[in-house]
Write a protein that binds this ligand. Structure first.
Ligand code: SAM
Length: 241
């Protein structure tokens, strides 16, 4: 069946872009199916309250556990990974996207305010994997935009979602390196030239140049990625760059 994505949020309209573009086409083609759920449908008071003051004091409000428990009872099949976006999570990476894309589906819990009562993630871990992840070292107002980021990164790795022309295997991070620069016509634009090797027709030379650009760019912009490569990932030619 299709890769199943369920999102629980207090701002369901925020997830409308899930049905656009690449992911929209994947849904139309039956490769992915998406459910967006309003957390407030699992409240039982007239005010449809989802937050309360933090135990121990301090500013802001915390999302109450009861609506989340009922929501996850309703939308999360046992064993399905629950993803909880939080700036206090482990960094979301390409490797996680690859792992998650191979699973049957994902459930996302979008926090707001100061986040969700910690017992929700702790309890949810009894029924399947739970990933508390951050999309970067900054603080957003809610998890919805993080869900858009992660679902896009995951679904483009599902077989059939990308065509051959836009294959993911050469993209940045697939081999642990950043991809080098790309060029298209014209050859000269506002005084800037396309690197001549790309016009040479010499495929071996082009491959060598691309590899060198990839290594140089990674060394300049993301030395942490170079340092994390396994011992055998770089050839002698690579090291000479
Ligand atoms: N009090 C929390 C803390 O300091 O860790 C911050 C909560 S933040 C204002 C509200 C919500 O935005 C979070 O529950 C999470 O869903 C989302 N969020 C904020 N920054 C994020 C990030 N870098 N990655 C993923 N989700 C984030």
């Amino acid at each position: 069946g299709p890769f199943r994505i369920d999102v629980v949020t207090i701002f369901p309209e925020y997830l409308a872009p899930l049905r656009q573009s690449l992911l929209g086409k994947a849904i139309e083609r039956g490769l992915v199916s998406v459910g967006v759920h309003d957390l407030r449908q699992w409240t039982d008071d007239v005010h449809r309250t989802v937050d309360d003051a933090p135990y121990g004091g301090g500013p802001g409000m915390v999302m109450k556990p009861e609506p989340w428990g009922q929501a996850l009872d309703a939308v999360r099949p046992p064993g399905t990974r629950l993803v909880v976006p939080t700036p206090a999570g482990r960094p979301f990476t390409h490797a996680m996207a690859v792992e998650w894309a191979a699973e049957p589906g994902l459930v996302f819990a979008c926090g707001r305010y100061e986040g969700i009562d910690q017992r929700v993630a702790d309890w949810a871990a009894e029924a399947g994997p739970v990933s508390e992840v951050s999309i970067g070292d900054y603080v957003l107002a809610g998890g919805e935009s993080a869900v858009l980021v992660m679902t896009e990164a995951v679904t483009r790795l599902i077989p059939g979602v990308l065509g051959n022309r836009e294959s993911a295997e050469f993209d940045s991070h697939a081999d642990g390196l950043l991809e080098g620069p790309s060029y298209t016509r014209p050859v000269t634009w506002r005084g800037h030239e396309v690197p001549p090797v790309l016009l040479s027709g010499n495929h071996a030379a082009i491959e060598r140049w691309r590899r060198a650009e990839s290594l140089r760019r990674t060394a300049t912009r993301r030395p942490d990625l170079l340092a994390a490569l396994p011992e055998d990932a770089l050839t002698d030619a690579d090291r000479a760059v």
